[in-house]
Write a protein that binds this ligand. Structure first.
Ligand code: FDP
Length: 346
């Protein structure tokens, strides 16, 4: 029957419950965990919208673990997420961009998952009204609520759910449970519900856009230079036109566009930051997972991002993510040119 009035809408909550029903042995724990994430995202969205009005924008007066100025919104977003996630009773550990150490949940509220998240990524853009976002990844702890902190530093391939929420001209939550499906939801502000608007996102195998901070070109290695030269000055044999450049400088927004339109998003290693800039546990892993589930790939240049095993919770890695054909070109450039990754491995 045609649903003329759109009365049969797929909300995020309904979607999560339907996923749960597809796994008869599921306990519902992940659904409850996802509900806490959803509440956190709605809170941040509401704060980002009101930021100017209620004068939330500004320095909170302290710096975070990476020595960056922390904005009030970062602090608020982090507190909101931590409180909602603890209260869900489904997590034992959390790793947040804003907190130096692992957040250990009080014993009586522990659950079988670990969550890593950046509550407000791209926050240097807030004052200019540019898109910002939340990124998160969820892991099942092998020892459940009896887990110890050493169970956190595992390869990205063990992630079971990943997503991000982008606070922009609309509020978009993109989510995957790793079943080769990535779904995009848009917040209906009147209903206060995320509605499925972008079902089964598939990243084009080849795009026409490259996205990287070209201000770092001076510090790039030969492989990175060779790759970006190849998209700007394509060979006659390739028959391709030069790619367009798009760089917002806010990972969630740049990755969101890459998923929808294709191309390559990169934050490579360079001479001043040998491991790149982006954090493995709460930036690179969730985004690499989403990209792979959408049919794309994510590499450091010479290694699949999801094969990395981080040594510390705030470790960084270089990343190139995009469609399979685009990333094959990146890998070819790294296989045949000098690069910092090889240097550090020697
Ligand atoms: P920000 O510093 O504004 O928080 O990792 C954080 C991040 O933003 C990413 O969102 C973004 O992709 C990247 O840094 C931008 O870094 P550059 O300014 O060095 O290009």
């Amino acid at each position: 029957m045609t649903d003329h009035h759109k009365t049969n809408i797929m909300t995020l909550t309904r979607y999560v419950l339907e996923q749960q029903r597809q796994h008869p042995d599921a306990t519902g724990d992940l659904s409850i965990a996802m509900n806490a994430v959803q509440v956190g995202c709605k809170f941040v969205e509401s704060c980002v919208r009101k930021a100017r009005l209620i004068n939330l924008v500004g320095l909170a007066g302290n710096t975070n673990v990476q020595g960056e100025d922390q904005k009030k919104l970062d602090v608020l977003s982090n507190e909101m997420f931590v409180n909602a996630l603890i209260a869900s009773g489904k997590f034992s550990f959390m790793v947040s961009e804003e907190v130096d150490d692992i957040v250990v949940v009080p014993e009586e509220l522990r659950g079988k998952y670990c969550i890593t998240f950046d509550p407000l990524d791209g926050s240097s853009n807030i004052d200019a009204g540019v898109n910002v976002g939340t990124i998160f990844g969820i892991w099942r702890l092998p020892s459940g609520d009896k887990a110890t902190v050493d169970e956190i530093l595992v390869p990205g391939s063990e992630i079971i759910a990943g997503g991000y929420c982008m606070y922009g001209s609309s509020c978009n939550l993109v989510l995957t449970f790793g079943n080769s499906r990535v779904e995009g939801f848009t917040l209906d502000p009147a209903l206060g519900e995320f509605i499925l608007t972008h079902p089964n996102i598939r990243i084009p195998s080849r795009g026409k856009i490259y996205s990287v901070n070209e201000g770092n070109t001076l510090y790039w290695d030969d492989a990175t230079k060779a790759y970006f030269d190849s998209v700007k000055f394509p060979s006659a044999e390739s028959g391709r036109k030069p790619y367009s450049a798009r760089y917002i400088g806010s990972m969630v927004a740049d990755v969101h566009r890459t998923l929808l339109y294709g191309g390559v998003f990169a934050y490579p290693s360079d001479r001043k930051s040998r491991s790149g800039k982006l954090r493995i546990l709460y930036e690179s892993f969730p985004m690499a997972f989403i990209t792979e589930q959408a049919g794309g790939k994510a590499t450091t240049g010479s290694q699949r991002v999801l094969d990395i095993v981080p040594k510390h919770i705030h470790d960084r890695c270089p990343i190139f993510l995009g469609g399979v054909d685009d990333i094959a070109d990146v890998e070819a450039a790294f296989a045949s040119n000098n690069n910092w990754l090889n240097d550090t491995q020697r």
